[in-house]
Design a protein around this ligand. Structure first.
Ligand code: 7TS
Length: 411
């Protein structure tokens, strides 16, 4: 079956922009279905990185020479592009970090510093370790109580559990917008309302959402929103923390040093203005610029179209997976671009290994969600995850490879 076109995304032409999609793995065409771990990069991003190092490599915010000014202008422009991409007011709302993990740690350290013993933090059972372990460890260190919103049979957040857990004692709620295992798209706007009615801060882990759907931080009204550049066609080494300006202004910096200061005296230091107050030391200059180029690429494709295309791909994959006897699928029908599954009687790692021999790259394991695995009652799942350059044909190859797995293992 070949239907690689949607009305508005020209998938064949998009595929040509990604040099890696031309390569072979074990002599088979690469079928890359591990996009939730990291996405591939278009030539535009790769060339922007090359161009920077060949033409205007310099440190930012310090050198009054041509290269320094060019690099600074591009780096600042990238902050603005990111702000526009998620409908933030200004580049001042956009702090560049290393990744989602660092963004969430920054928030966790800063917000929990002001809390007192017994104050409560609410997360959910489906959180990635990076939105789990920081809160857990800081709660232990600071005598705070960590509570978990339960998931229901389908893999959605249980509505009763949301209401039961978020109370007047809650100071912070931190929830993923899209689960990297179940694909569940959580009702962030509603949860934010409940958090705010209880005077709690709302933090959103957008690592699996920002790459795949239009994000409007004003509409969500969350106080903080974190995501990673490398999952959205950008380079590794750059993540984003969006924060409301008054909150970022009132927060202590997470890292101290050069760049983040306005004036340093022997007695004390005045911090720089936003967002530089949170970007200590030489920042991830080309990674930030590269993320800006990735955002240009996504804007050109259209985030609505990307979201629609994701839906087509994941629905097709689920339909085909359901045809295979002995395959268990995890998560709700309506979902983001991930399909987690197990083949009865075969460990997910073995599934992944046989798929690799067919050129098909998926992830198998706990997906940095060990607590969720225990709720699901499994040690691991296999997971295929999709993005704008994937095709139905590739999904067919993936499905045929699962049939091969069953043959190899005689189930
Ligand atoms: N939050 C979610 C929901 C994620 O899926 C991930 C990465 C992170 C946070 C952390 O992002 P990082 O860029 O800081 O590493 N998830 C995955 C995954 O599912 N497979 O590999 C990484």
């Amino acid at each position: 079956m070949l239907h690689t076109q949607t009305k508005s995304l020209d998938v064949e032409s998009i595929r040509k922009d990604f040099p890696i999609l031309q390569r072979k793995v074990h002599n088979k065409p690469l079928v890359y279905l591990d996009n939730a771990a990291t996405s591939q990069k278009p030539g535009q991003v790769i060339e922007a990185i090359d161009f920077y190092y060949k033409n205007y490599n310099a440190n930012v915010h310090r050198s009054i020479h041509q290269l320094g000014e060019e690099a600074t202008a591009k780096f600042e422009e990238a902050h603005q592009k990111i702000a526009d991409f998620i409908n933030a007011d200004s580049y001042q709302n956009i702090v560049l970090t290393k990744n989602t993990t660092e963004s969430l740690n920054l928030v966790a350290y800063s917000l929990t510093a002001g809390l007192k013993k017994g104050d409560e933090i609410v997360i959910s059972q489906m959180e990635h370790h990076s939105n789990f372990v920081p809160w857990q460890q800081l709660a232990k260190q600071r005598g705070l109580k960590l509570k978990f919103i339960k998931i229901d049979e389908e893999g959605k957040l249980d509505e009763e559990s949301i209401k039961e857990n978020i109370t007047k004692n809650t100071k912070i709620v931190s929830i993923t917008q899209v689960s990297n295992v179940l694909g569940t798209i959580n009702p962030i706007e509603e949860i934010t309302k409940i958090a705010h009615e209880n005077n709690a801060f709302m933090v959103v882990d957008g690592a699996q959402a920002a790459p795949h759907m239009p994000i409007d931080v004003k509409k969500l009204d969350a106080d903080f929103y974190a995501f990673s550049g490398h999952k959205m066609l950008g380079p590794t080494g750059v993540g984003v923390l969006y924060g409301k300006k008054e909150l970022l202004e009132s927060m202590q910096p997470f890292l101290y040093g050069g760049e983040m200061i306005r004036e340093v005296r022997f007695e004390d230091t005045k911090f720089n203005e936003l967002p530089w107050k949170f970007e200590a030391g030489t920042p991830n200059i080309i990674e930030g610029i590269g993320l800006g180029v990735a955002i240009d690429y996504l804007n050109e494709a259209g985030m609505k179209q990307v979201h629609e295309r994701d839906k087509e791909l994941v629905e097709y994959a689920m339909e085909r997976l359901k045809e295979i006897k002995g395959v268990a699928i995890y998560g709700p029908k309506e979902r983001g671009a991930v399909a987690s599954f197990n083949v009865h009687g075969i460990h997910a790692h073995d599934v992944s290994q046989v798929l690799d021999s067919e050129g098909v790259a998926i992830r198998a394991g706990h997906h940095c969600c060990m607590p969720l695995m225990s709720v699901l009652g499994v040690a691991a799942t296999a997971r295929a995850s999709f993005y704008l350059y994937n095709t139905e044909q590739e999904i067919d190859t993936f499905i045929n490879a699962i049939h091969k797995v069953k043959k190899v293992f005689g189930v």
